[in-house]
Write a protein that binds this ligand. Structure first.
Ligand code: AMP
Length: 211
């Protein structure tokens, strides 16, 4: 329980759902570069305006921008983090371990799933920004359509969860993931999670790794 965790997985692989549970059960601090970037866009900051179109297309924001955002938002000596959505390519892996995680124990969890089934999942995803709950119109609908069961807030269909953008995001993921997995495997720091199992079973498997 003194290990920084890095979640690796394609859009729709279920890592967001598990991240919320890991935070509430184990007290990790969730740090999602996607959420940090979306909040910059919502604030209409200079950085937000710069990255808006890139994110809408599903392309990756520049490595420097994301690293700066991450550095500004994490204090590694004080917290145990759950990195979500970072690193996205091998250069980001190297930057993370050199600039942020140097001297700290860390482990990568890969949400292993057949990538061909994910497109439909992501297109049907709906999220509750405040509570962090993630629904799916087909596999996990909310009780009242469009409303979060927990917080009562309105559910959002993320702008980048449309067919064209999702395809682009999945293609980028496929192109980048192998060297990332090889890196962590070579360090003996990779755990593969069967992401096709039911959410409770996945959480049980993750819990064993964390403990
Ligand atoms: P996510 O919420 O993790 O699916 O990220 C949404 C979008 O934010 C991605 O499609 C990218 O445009 C951008 N993004 C998030 N994390 C990164 C990252 N580590 N590097 C570059 N772009 C990122």
């Amino acid at each position: 329980m003194n290990t920084q965790l890095i979640l690796l997985g394609a859009p729709g692989s279920g890592k967001g759902t598990q991240a919320a549970r890991i935070v509430s059960e184990f007290g990790y601090t969730h740090i999602s570069t996607g959420d940090l970037l979306r909040s910059e866009i919502a604030k209409e900051s200079e950085l937000g305006l710069r990255v808006k179109a890139i994110m809408a297309a599903g392309d990756l924001v520049s490595d420097d921008v994301v690293l700066e955002l991450l550095k500004a938002n994490c204090d590694i000596a004080k917290n145990l983090y759950l990195f979500d959505g970072y690193p996205r390519n091998i250069d980001q892996v190297e930057a993370l371990h050199k600039n942020i995680l140097s001297g700290f124990k860390s482990k990568a969890l890969y949400f292993d799933i057949d990538l061909d089934i994910l497109e439909k999942r992501v297109i049907n995803r709906r999220v509750a920004p405040k509570s962090g709950e993630i629904y799916n119109l087909i596999s996990r609908p909310s009780k009242v359509e469009g409303i979060c069961d927990i917080s009562g807030e309105e559910l959002v269909h993320r702008k980048d969860d449309n067919v064209e953008t999702v395809r682009n995001r999945l293609n980028i993921f496929k192109a980048e993931i192998e060297p990332i997995l090889s890196y962590y495997e070579s360090k003996g720091n990779l755990e593969r999670i069967d992401a096709l199992l039911a959410p409770d079973e996945i959480f049980e498997n993750i819990s064993k790794i964390i403990k």
